[in-house]
Design a protein around this ligand. Sequence first.
Ligand SMILES: Nc1ncnc2c1ncn2[C@@H]1O[C@H](COP(=O)(O)OP(=O)(O)OP(=O)(O)O)[C@@H](O)[C@H]1O
Length: 306
Amino acid sequence: MISVRGLTKDFGPVRAVDDLTFDVGAGSVTGFLGPNGAGKSTTMRMLLGLDRPTAGTATVGGRDYREHPAPLREVGALLDAGAVHPGRTGRTHLRIAARSNGIPIARVEEVVERVGLGAASRRRIAGYSLGMRQRLGIATALLGDPPVLVFDEPVNGLDLEGVRWIRSLFRECAEEGRTVFVSSHLMSEVQLVADRVVIIGRGRLVADAEVGEIVGSRGSRVLVRSPDVDRLAAALAGEAEVRRRGPGEVEVVGLPEARVGDAAHAAGVAVHHLATVEESLEAAYWSLTEDAVEFRGGHERAGEAS
Ligand SMILES: Nc1ncnc2c1ncn2[C@@H]1O[C@H](COP(=O)(O)OP(=O)(O)OP(=O)(O)O)[C@@H](O)[C@H]1O
């Protein structure tokens, strides 16, 4: 499990990470979201002992990353897929990583197979596409069969097939009981794969909740098209909020679609279209950041300053 408490990082006058507190639990995929420059990479670097916090702590399995004797067995990480020796073959790179972490060499074949690197693993990394480098980085992360996986923007550079593959890999890893923590600035991508999300903006925590809770946080909305929206609005008065969207179109907030349909029928109002609006994580994100309120679902931690 990953535990972040009061984590803060200043680069000179710039506060890149500002008093972050959250946990990332095992057995699920947690997305780490925020716009460019929000502080995601800096947070992950502190988690992996690559940057020293100005204040606070970031631990994996209750310990600082640097305190783990064989870190690859505890945390598998993909931070910068370009940061590998280009003259080596993928297989040599993996063998060196295995040896320095006391991992049996036979494991190299297993991870090469699992990430679909195949024959490319015998070629020099210099000739790899960005997608192949991502796969090699993920193979390195999986090498020590670690309970915790940390990936910074893993989808970057992958083609459509690669993106689908990585989604199923995350799911499998979570189903195997691992902690999977994945950063992205692509909300739609995270919505497809994550169970929970930690959202940050300007270094600060914006949300820490199940994807469903965040997406549903604005309440259910039903879009209705009718030639008589005025009568419909009157019929629903006091029961729900009715917002005008355009000529003959309203959005009803706070009632399920069946209730809206029944109310229209009872009032004798013709309805040409009626459907629940599917909320996107992106829309919920903008609404959360605009409101600038901290939203926390589910796992509220007792005694914690928010
Ligand atoms: N080594 C550094 N020196 C000075 N400032 C830094 C350094 N690393 C990051 N920053 C600044 O800290 C802030 C957070 O950057 P960070 O890379 O962590 O954001 P991010 O959310 O990962 O963004 P991106 O999606 O663009 O990678 C930015 O303002 C960035 O310019």
